[in-house]
Write a protein that binds this ligand. Structure first.
Ligand code: B12
Length: 354
């Protein structure tokens, strides 16, 4: 149940329409402040918020919506710079209360306590974020110098230098897995933070992604030049998930360690994942999710795979899982925070099997 499917549903459209219209009707100041374009954006945001809430309800997981409410408040503060932070807080609290009163009427009675719990946690999270103020700067990392160097090249749109840096790190003997996980992943995570803080635009985010994909492609002679181990990993992003670099990192690190990788890329339908497993009989299926809206489908896909292939090892990971323990109730073999740890886990499994 994610936006793509829900958008088609008349109840979902009616609900978003009602929340959007009531918020503008109740708040004269907001009505006057927003021009037509801003109103359209607000409508999209309302849809997105309701979709997120449905995801949390479906998964019966509080952390997801609370995390989202924190993220949303911090996203809106710089975007609505024409308002004070108190005002953004109040608009959001009113918004959650409106969602509560509109949704209460349409969801099943047994789900209402859950709805209230989720919305209470969103209100609390918004008040907390307001008290906490501006999010802290990036924490210092082992490869801080390289991260800054690489990120600065991206932000200055210096394609040539960004490409050169990745090769230079290899020449300097930085382990390839560190380049992927500690330098590139961290740089991309900071790109996301900068977007979130409205300090870079969406086109810059796209540029950083495409250049990074290109820069990493230079490593392929090394990645694909290792001795084979007669093991196969199948890697895919579930559903309509567009964020593919995490999945790519998993596939590349396994290739580098001698596994054959079947990389299906972004937005893979569940049926296609199941048939790819049938076709390739991998030793491990690794499913990647970045946006929490795709978690319910990932959970279903895990259950389908487990049912059809009880012996298959299944791993899940990606940004959507970070800071949650949602995977603990799923029938998987492993969740790890990063691709390198998954590789270590797989090596240990191999040792016990040999
Ligand atoms: C690049 C990017 C995009 C690109 C993706 C293009 C592509 N070809 O992949 C584009 C521009 C399309 C995009 C779009 C959007 N994005 Co975006 N995006 C990012 C960004 C900046 C980097 C993602 C990335 O490549 N990271 C590098 C990889 C290597 O890291 P990773 O995916 O986390 O993977 C590591 C681990 O998680 C793990 N892992 C990953 N998969 C797996 C699988 C297994 C089995 C295991 C064990 C481990 C594992 O291993 C990897 C390395 O160790 C992130 C920021 C971030 N913190 O991630 C935002 C981010 C994910 N995006 C975000 C958002 C909001 C969006 C948009 C809604 C709006 C926007 N920013 O444009 C749209 C939504 C699109 C959609 N319909 O889904 C938010 C999500 C916030 C939230 N509430 O959940 C983030 C976090 C930005 C932010 N800080 O706010 N995005």
């Amino acid at each position: 149940m994610s936006l793509l499917n829900m958008e088609q549903s008349p109840e979902f459209q009616k609900l978003t329409e009602e929340i959007y219209t009531s918020q503008l009707e109740n708040d004269k100041g907001l009505r006057e402040q927003l021009d037509e374009r801003a109103r359209q954006k607000m409508y999209q945001d309302v849809k997105y918020n309701v979709d997120f809430l449905y995801t949390a309800l479906k998964l019966d997981h509080d952390e997801i919506f609370e995390k989202y409410a924190r993220w949303l408040y911090q996203l809106l503060c710089p975007l609505m710079s024409y308002c004070s932070k108190e005002r953004v807080r109040d608009i959001m609290v009113d918004h959650y209360e409106l969602i509560r009163s509109c949704m209460e009427k349409v969801i099943q009675e047994n789900k209402r306590p859950r709805l209230h719990r989720l919305l209470d946690s969103a209100v609390r999270a918004t008040l907390d974020e307001f008290e906490a103020g501006v999010p802290s700067e990036f924490s210092q990392k082992k490869y801080e110098k390289e991260i800054n160097q690489y990120l600065n090249c991206l932000l200055q749109s210096n394609t040539n230098r960004a490409m050169g840096l990745i090769s230079e790190y290899v020449k300097r003997g930085i382990p390839l897995e560190d380049i992927y996980v500690e330098i590139v992943s961290e740089s991309m995570s900071r790109v996301g933070e900068l977007w979130h803080q409205n300090r870079i635009s969406v086109d810059m985010e796209h540029y950083c992604t495409s250049i990074t994909q290109m820069a990493l492609a230079q490593l392929y002679p090394i990645v694909f030049g290792q001795e084979r181990r007669d093991r196969t990993v199948l890697v895919a992003c579930v559903g309509s998930e567009l964020h593919e670099m995490g999945a790519r990192t998993v596939a590349d690190i396994f290739e580098y360690n001698g596994w054959d990788s079947i990389y299906l890329g972004a937005a893979v339908p569940a049926d296609a994942i199941v048939s790819a497993v049938a076709a390739h009989s991998p030793d491990l299926a690794a499913l990647s999710v970045t946006m929490p809206q795709h978690l319910p489908l990932c959970k279903d896909t895990v259950a389908r795979l487990r049912n059809l292939y009880p012996e298959l090892r299944i791993a899940v990971g990606g940004y959507a899982f970070s800071g949650t323990e949602i995977w603990k109730d799923w029938d998987i073999d492993v969740y790890t925070q990063d691709a390198r740890e998954l590789m270590k886990w797989a090596e240990n499994i191999l040792k016990t099997e040999d």
